[in-house]
Write a protein that binds this ligand. Sequence first.
Ligand SMILES: Nc1ncnc2c1ncn2[C@@H]1O[C@H](COP(=O)(O)OP(=O)(O)OP(=O)(O)O)[C@@H](O)[C@H]1O
Ligand SMILES: [Mg+2]
Length: 316
Amino acid sequence: MSRIYEALQKAESERRQERPEPVVAEPVSTTAVAEHQPPMPLQAEALAPAAVAEPLPPVAEARAAAPARLDISGVPRKPWTPSYTKLPALMERGSAVEQFRSLRSRLYELRDVQPLKSVLVSSGLPQEGKSFVAANLAISLARHKNSKVLLIDGDMRRYTLHQLLGCESSPGLAEYLGGKASMTEVMQRPEEGKDKEKIWQTILPNLTFIAGGNGGDRAADLSGSPRFSELLHAAAPFFDWIIVDSSPVIPVSDAVNLARSCDGVLLVARGGVTKYENAQRAQGELKASNILGFVLNGTEKQPHSGNYYGYNSESE
Ligand SMILES: Nc1ncnc2c1ncn2[C@@H]1O[C@H](COP(=O)(O)OP(=O)(O)OP(=O)(O)O)[C@@H](O)[C@H]1O
Ligand SMILES: [Mg+2]
């Protein structure tokens, strides 16, 4: 068991003594995805819900009060060429599919006890797997019961989600927050595919994407714009989930700003890489937000159940 995992477990047990019983994920590990670079295992550990600022309304309720300015039918369709290697949740089956399904279940459990639609994914430092987790989680949510998911690249400095989806990077969030583009202009959906056999062509139509755009040096100022909160509220009626990727919280404050408008925050810690102190510091930076828990990404822990009865290779 890695040191970070032990440390997170210790923090969790201390937290349990102070708070009501939280929803805790059973750690699940993965095996490699066939034919592709194997994704490292990922574990979801949900912590106790904390106070939520102003939750986004449920789909039905909010649809009635939807501001007219977001014309979802006007969202342009663009060519996407998603990377299976970077998006193992797109595979028909496999350990990564299973792991993200487990993380998704934790979110649904949390949603049972609190309003939860917009989730920001962050971590303390670069390269811990925020974008990997955000994109694959969004896909996992989108393949569940035909859910509509908005994925936002909230990292306006090192935006990478467009590379994973194989689509354009601008106009994006930076242009919208800077007042240079409308919500509809920065949203994009994939063109309908011709090859119906490809599984992503049944998943991706449920996904709408806002790329990072080019925030550059203005990213910190842009992340503090009230237009972000407006975007989430205007989009809420049209989506079941809104997943926001972000920059690391220790070097820059952008994610802390964006998190204020989100219902919850998932923190990513990378097994064997993230130091306990940095995970704690990241949690401290986001203390004003509703931290849902840590996703332990890239651990070396082996599966509990292995491939027993083919559990890990179940198709969705
Ligand atoms: N569980 C995993 N399995 C395989 N590869 C992974 C996993 N998690 C992350 N990676 C890879 O590690 C690299 C860094 O991940 P990612 O870009 O998601 O990190 P990040 O926290 O978003 O970084 P940054 O702060 O620079 O935006 C990427 O190449 C990504 O594909
Ligand atoms: Mg990233």
